[in-house]
Ligand binder design. Sequence first.
Ligand code: KG4
Ligand code: ZN
Length: 347
Amino acid sequence: MIPTMLTLGIETSCDETGVALYDSERGLLAHALHSQVDLHAEYGGVVPEIASRDHVRKLLPLVSHCLSEAGLARSDIDGVAYTAGPGLIGALLVGAATGRALALSLDVPALEVHHMEGHLLAPMLEPDPPSLPFVALLVSGGHSMLVEVRAIGDYRLLGETLDDAAGEAFDKTAKLLGLGYPGGPALARKAEEGDSGRFDFPRPMTDRPGLDFSFSGLKTHTRNLYERHAGEDGVEADIAAGFQQAVVDTLAIKCRRAMQQTRARQLVIAGGVGANLALRARLKADGEKHGWAVAYPRLAFCTDNGAMIAYAGCQRLLAGEHTGLDIEARARWPLDSLSPPAAGAAA
Ligand code: KG4
Ligand code: ZN
C-alpha cells in the first residue's frame, strides 16, 4: 500500500511568501500567500535584503494559518518541501532553513524543490490536469523556456531565452512607460486601452529556425520608439498594446514550432507571464486550430505560490526522496539536471 503524504510546501525564492498543505490522497488542503509588492514598489523592483527580512516575518505565521485552515496540527505533517533554487540566495535560505528545521523538529523528511519544476507541475493542481507527456512554455520573471516533459523529473530543454526573460521584458518596458512595479500586470492593463497596430514591433527570432528566444532587441526597439513619440496622445497605451502583441506572437510561434517538432498533443503554460490573458487566449485559440490541448494553472498559481512547491515536493517525497541535514540554496540550478522521483530515491 502506498503511504499517504501530507506535505507542507514553502516558497520564498523571490518576493512572495507562499505556504501550502498538499495531501497525496485528498489534494490541496490549504494555501496562503503574502505578497511583498508594496514593500518593493517604492524602489521600482525587488530589494533582496528587504525580501529576506519579510520572509522571516511572514513564514511561520503563514504555516500556522494554513494548518488552522485545514484543521490540522503540525504533528500531522508527513514531509516538508521547500524551494531551494533558483532565486535570491538570502530569500531562499529563509525557506530552506525554516523548512529544514521544521522537518527536523517533527522528525519527518525534508526535500529541496526546484522552483521551475514547481511552476511546471502547477497545472496538475487543477481539476482537469494535463496528461503526460507534454510541452511546457515556462515564462516567468527570471526564465523563458520551452521544455519537453516526458515524465515528472524527465525534462528536455527545447529552447530558452538568450538574454532577458519574458517577464523581465514586461517589467522593463512597464518601467520605461512609467507604469510602475510589478510591471507585467500593469502593462497588460494599459495594453487594453491601446491600439496594437499603431506602431510596428519586431517578432524576435521567429524568422529563423530553432526554439530559443531573445527579448533584448524588442526592448531596445521599444525604448527608441518611446523616445521618438514621447508626449504624443495615447502613446503609452499604444506601445504597451503593440509590445504585448509582439511578445504574445513570438511565444505563440515558438510554441507551435515546439509542438510540431515533438509531435506532442498537450501544451502547458506556466510561470508568472502565463497569467497574461492575451497570451492565454492566443495559445488556446492556436490549440483549437491545430488540434492540441492547452492547460494552464489558475491565475493565482501562475505566479509564485506554495501550492506548486507542496505538489512537486509531495511527488518526490512519496517516492522516498529526501534531503540531508545540509541546508543549500542555489541561485542557479539547471532544470534538466533533475531526475525522475524514483531514480532520485535510489541514488
Ligand atoms: O513566476 P513569477 O511569479 O516569479 C518568477 O519566478 O519570476 O513571475 C513573475 C513575472 C514578473 O516578471 C511579472 O511581471 C510577470 O511574471 N507577470 C505578468 C503578468 N502577471 C505577472 N506578465 C505579463 N502579464 C501578466 N498579467
Ligand atoms: Zn516563479
